[in-house]
Design a protein around this ligand. Structure first.
Ligand code: ATP
Length: 288
């Protein structure tokens, strides 16, 4: 039995530049993995099938599951006949803007590469991942990166300065597609990605806090006022900066001083069921 850790990501920045002719959006995102992770267990089975088991009932276990798609793709591409059982121990909230499904798919690619001794490099796995979803290539590597293109062009960058991340997810699931549909690119305020990259390069915590930005945030906040409330509360309890991750609805706060973490965590726990205090994984990449 093989084990792969599948960590969540947060978007320090998320910018949408324009809509492309192929229907995808051209994006620019600074992403980093955090220490809130699904556990993916992989084992070979008789019968040549792909079986998915999930600890969360409403996650699909058929070909709609991104881990299934990853296994199917790698089997077809490399002519593998052996069956596989993939057990997803979900810890990352689902449909939350934390790339849980994409990270499971990436972990499946890494795991099957080992199980079937394919000897593929991270770049090749990321290429395969791009066929499954735009966030999968980043999740193959983990760590901290600038993602461009439709999200699949990955450039490793300096890890963020040390800090705590408080994640809070309101009780609602957001479909990424619906947020993009409501995005009006003529009236958005673009984050300053250059400033973020500079802050990370120089290890400037305050600069990082100043430069967080997500072009999708106002769209999700318009549709779901709960997200605005959560942001306000997190600031009130003492986070240095607060922002929504991905298309939401999860909101994250950055906190430099550990002594402030319990107040924010406990304050949010008073009215929000899913709250996590975690560390960024920084430069620890997932591919060895
Ligand atoms: P992103 O940040 O990439 O938009 P997300 O965190 O918003 O992702 P996911 O948790 O990946 O969203 O789930 C989105 C939908 O994908 C779910 O509603 C679920 O039906 C489906 N899904 C497919 N595979 C998985 C998986 N392995 N884990 C969770 N959800 C999955």
């Amino acid at each position: 039995m093989l084990y792969e850790k599948a960590p969540a990501k947060i978007n320090l920045t998320l910018d949408v530049l324009h809509k492309r002719l192929d229907g995808f959006h051209e994006v620019e995102m600074v992403m980093t993995t955090v220490d809130l992770a699904d556990r993916v267990w992989i084992r070979a089975i008789e019968g040549g099938q792909i079986k998915i088991k999930s600890s969360v009932q409403f996650v699909p276990t058929d070909r709609k599951n991104l881990a299934y798609q990853a296994a199917d793709l790698i089997r077809t591409t490399y002519g593998i006949k052996q069956g596989v059982e993939i057990t997803l121990e979900k810890r990352i909230p689902v449909a939350a803007g934390l790339a849980g499904g994409s990270s499971d798919a990436a972990a499946t690619l890494r795991g099957l590469n080992k199980l079937w001794k394919l000897g593929l490099g991270a770049d090749r796995l990321a290429e395969l991942g791009a066929q499954i979803g735009s966030d999968v290539p980043f999740c193959v590597y983990g760590g901290t990166a600038l993602a461009t293109g439709r999200g699949e062009v990955i450039q490793k960058i300096s890890a963020p300065p040390n800090c705590w991340v408080i994640l809070a997810k309101p009780v609602l699931s957001v479909s990424t597609g619906s947020i993009f549909k409501n995005l009006d690119l003529t009236s958005v305020q673009h984050p300053n990605t250059k400033d973020m990259l500079e802050a990370l390069k120089t290890g400037d915590y305050k600069g990082m806090c100043r430069s967080v930005g997500n072009v999708l945030e106002p769209v999700t906040m318009d549709l779901y006022p709960e997200v605005t409330v959560l942001k306000e509360q997190m600031i009130k309890f003492g986070a240095d900066t607060v922002q929504m991750s991905g298309s939401g609805p999860t909101v994250f706060g950055l906190v430099e001083h550990e002594s402030r973490v319990p107040r924010i965590y406990n304050g949010l726990k008073g009215f929000c069921r899913e709250v996590y205090a975690v560390r960024m994984l920084g430069e620890r990449h997932l591919f060895d």
